[in-house]
Write a protein that binds this ligand. Structure first.
Ligand code: SAM
Ligand code: SF4
Length: 363
């Protein structure tokens, strides 16, 4: 079947997804045109913002790909003070970002849980209950997820990293601290509690095949996710996976493959929220804008105080680490307009997929 014929279908099999993931040249252009059209029809050309706060690079985990893993002793560790987080949230509110996303290394101490809780409550207070809150603080107990939800967090991002259990264990240490089933159960718990749930994978990992990626897309569809954050894997010198560097796809291929993943997911799940991730911008200066053109509808401008940004180095050459929130603010509008989109200021920009599921169940 040609790509054009394939795109007339409403559901794809694994083999069909593989064919789409391999689309190049003219076929890739057809795929991107189609995903852009689907996006325009289902979520429109508004891009919503989540001011990204990288709360802490202290992490109890040792994921084999991540630059802030516990065993990287060369990393200078930091945790933002509550007041610094609230200043950033105030900035987001005053500049009409609509939402913030709080991301952190994984810590499960009572102090950390309470700190996040206080921040959620205070954010609602300083923003007249208006600021939307996405969390991405890893695996926590159901009680913690519930507590944060009741305090006002309503979206949670937890990437499955790979939906293939065998590959999952190749990119994580094999111990009780890095358990595939626990991660999967955490996603199920978040959904049950009522969060808008986002997941995603890294694209171009060592040992990853095109079949794995097709399965990842089917996993997201079957799990019925509300949001997705997917980015290219970028190697970090101080991580165990670095030694597999020679076998990786070149960076520009990882970039193109990530765009195709986003385009196909947009076609498969028309009304979810898809983030144009920072890792895309690391490879291509216009990476996030290109993702917006073919399917993404969420941007996460970094509003972490500039002095900490170098230390949240998940991978090398992370962009904008020498900037402050004000610098990002100035370039968002310009960049989004460059690709004929507009910014949805002062709005949550929730997942339409989530709202329509809710309407169906309450009818
Ligand atoms: N600690 C939480 C967690 O792991 O879910 C949230 C923060 S973690 C730094 C956010 C995401 O960064 C991870 O889900 C992972 O996909 C991504 N990441 C980590 N190392 C990366 C790398 N070398 N290249 C690309 N993305 C990476
Ligand atoms: Fe920690 Fe998240 Fe990095 Fe894993 S990916 S080491 S959990 S910060």
């Amino acid at each position: 079947m040609s790509i054009a014929e394939l795109l007339n279908k409403s559901e794809f099999s694994k083999d069909e997804i593989i064919q789409l993931l391999k689309a190049e040249g003219e076929d890739e252009i057809i795929l991107f045109k189609h995903s852009a059209k689907i996006k325009e029809e289902s979520v429109g050309n508004t891009v919503y913002l989540r001011g990204l706060i990288e709360l802490s690079n202290v992490c109890a985990k040792d994921c084999l790909y991540c630059g802030i893993r516990k065993s990287n002793t060369e990393n200078k560790r930091y945790s933002l003070e509550e007041s610094e987080v609230l200043t950033a949230i105030q900035f987001a509110y005053e500049n009409k970002y609509g939402s913030v996303a709080i991301q952190s290394g994984e810590i499960c101490s009572t102090t950390f849980i309470e700190k996040i809780n206080t921040i959620i409550l205070a954010s609602k207070q300083i923003s007249n209950n208006e600021i939307g809150i996405t969390l991405s603080c890893g695996e926590q107990t159901p009680e913690t997820y519930q507590k944060w939800f009741e305090s006002g967090a309503h979206r949670y991002l937890l990437r499955i990293e790979s939906s293939n259990e065998e590959l999952y264990y190749k990119i994580h240490p094999q111990d009780e601290n890095h358990d595939f089933q626990i991660r999967l159960n955490a996603l199920k718990t978040l959904k049950k509690i009522g969060y808008q749930v986002g997941t995603g994978v890294m694209v171009g990992l060592p040992f990853q095949t095109i079949e794995h990626l097709a399965d990842d897309l089917l996993f997201m569809k079957n799990f019925d996710i509300d949001m997705c954050g997917m980015g290219p894997y970028i190697e970090h010198r101080k991580t165990p996976l670095y030694k597999f560097k020679e076998g990786l796809l070149p960076l520009n291929e990882r970039f193109k493959l990530t765009l195709r993943m986003i385009a196909i997911l947009r076609i498969m799940m028309k009304d979810i929220n898809i983030v144009a991730t920072t890792a895309l911008q690391t490879i291509d200066k216009m990476g996030r804008e290109k993702a917006i053109q073919i399917g993404a509808n969420i941007l996460m401008p970094n509003i972490t105080p500039g002095k900490y940004r170098d230390s949240y180095a998940l991978y090398e050459n992370k962009p904008c680490t020498d900037e402050n929130a004000d610098d990002c603010k100035n370039c968002i509008d310009v960049r989004v307009h460059l690709v004929n989109h507009k910014v949805g200021y002062a709005a949550w920009g929730d997942s339409k997929h989530f709202s329509s599921k809710k309407t169906k169940t309450t009818k």
